[in-house]
Design a binder for this molecule. Structure first.
Ligand SMILES: Nc1nc2c(ncn2[C@@H]2O[C@H](COP(=O)(O)OP(=O)(O)OP(=O)(O)O)[C@@H](O)[C@H]2O)c(=O)[nH]1
Ligand SMILES: [Mg+2]
Length: 322
């Protein structure tokens, strides 16, 4: 996304007005990238750690397309951890995927810790390549076995044994973002690895993403959940208008466009008698209302932008590439 601070440069001094952490302790602060193959559970973990649904989560792979930062500030321990969710690692087959991989890789630059999430038994070529590169670079790299609530112990032990051998890890963790098991242990391990330095962001902030972006992601999330296998990968969502309520009792009015790549996809998104679009809208509106904690009027429009996921100019226009 354009205009976003980069981990290596972002706010290396506290922004003016940032709350001071307790004066008697020197705070710790730093960046942690959540990395792993599509569907490994990165966005679910980010949301669980921050306590707010900042990142879209679906059962389909390749949901996340951007760098999604979430800030966890703990006054008790005087620590601010900037977690960065990323697109899943894959061998890219077309320009949108190439842009996603560049985003994932650049999100690693300058971070203090990489949490490498794994929900499977064998490393892919893309994972191996990155791990070998990381081993030669600065950040501490933690192996994080995810979704332990749904994996039997024997399988988990075998999985851990395989992954243990891939590179030399700086730590190994197991967790479930759904039950919360293992989250505290991961946080403790991360905290110990962060440098002593001032917070980067005001301690009440949870992210520097704007609400428009998150709302667009929630509409896209609804598309992933409501549409069949292929169409979601051709969906881009833009929030075109956002009108705050002028009087008490009024709703926030949001107007968004769902872009697809072909006329036939437009028909699928709208559905018979507009039923599919209505289902997408209802689902997205509920998520946005939960985020804003207020009532929302959401109107959705569908447009065709031919082959946008393969065209450099469109990828730039839609914010996937600089
Ligand atoms: N049972 C269980 N399911 C999980 C857990 N974490 C994630 N999931 C599920 O795994 C699926 C993928 O989760 P995401 O968080 O979207 O995965 P991701 O790594 O962000 O995926 P991409 O954005 O595609 O790279 C979703 O259906 C989640 O509900 C977990 O700890 N336990
Ligand atoms: Mg994700």
């Amino acid at each position: 996304m354009t205009g976003e601070p980069h981990p290596s440069t972002a706010g290396r001094s506290s922004p003016p007005g940032a709350d001071e952490p307790p004066a008697h302790r020197e705070p710790r602060a730093g960046f942690v990238a959540l990395i792993g193959r599509p569907n490994a559970g990165k966005s679910t973990l980010l949301n669980a750690l921050i306590g707010v649904r900042l990142a879209a989560v679906t059962h389909k792979a390749q949901t996340t397309r951007h760098r999604i930062p979430g800030f966890l500030t703990d006054d008790e321990t005087a620590t601010q951890i900037v977690f960065v969710d990323t697109p899943g690692l894959l061998d890219p087959a077309y320009p949108l995927q190439e842009a996603m991989m560049r985003t994932a890789r650049s999100a690693i630059e300058g971070v203090d810790v990489v949490a490498f999430l794994v929900d499977h038994d064998q490393p892919s070529p893309a994972e191996r390549t990155l791990l070998v590169e990381l081993a030669a670079a600065d950040p501490e790299v933690l192996l994080v076995l995810t979704k332990i609530d749904q994996v039997p112990e024997a399988k988990l032990a075998a999985r851990e044994a395989t992954w243990r051998e891939v590179v030399e890890w700086d730590g190994i963790h197991r967790l479930s973002a759904v039950t919360g098991d293992g989250l505290d242990a991961l946080l403790t391990a991360v905290r110990e690895r962060l440098p002593r330095q001032p917070y980067f962001y005001p301690e009440d902030d949870l992210t520097d993403l704007n609400l428009r972006f998150i709302a667009a992601e929630l509409v896209r999330e609804a598309c992933y959940e409501e549409l069949g296998k292929e169409v979601p990968y051709s969906v881009h969502v833009n929030v075109d208008e956002w009108t705050e309520p002028r009087e008490p009792g009024e709703k926030t009015a949001i107007r968004a466009t769902i872009y697809v790549e072909r006329e036939s996809q437009k028909g699928i998104v709208i559905g018979e008698g507009g039923r599919k679009l209505k289902a997408i809208g209802t689902r997205a509106r509920r998520s946005i209302e939960a985020l804003l904690e207020s009532a929302v009027y959401l109107s959705l429009w569908v447009k065709v932008r031919k082959k946008w996921s393969r065209r450099e100019a469109d990828l730039r226009h839609f914010g996937y590439k600089r």
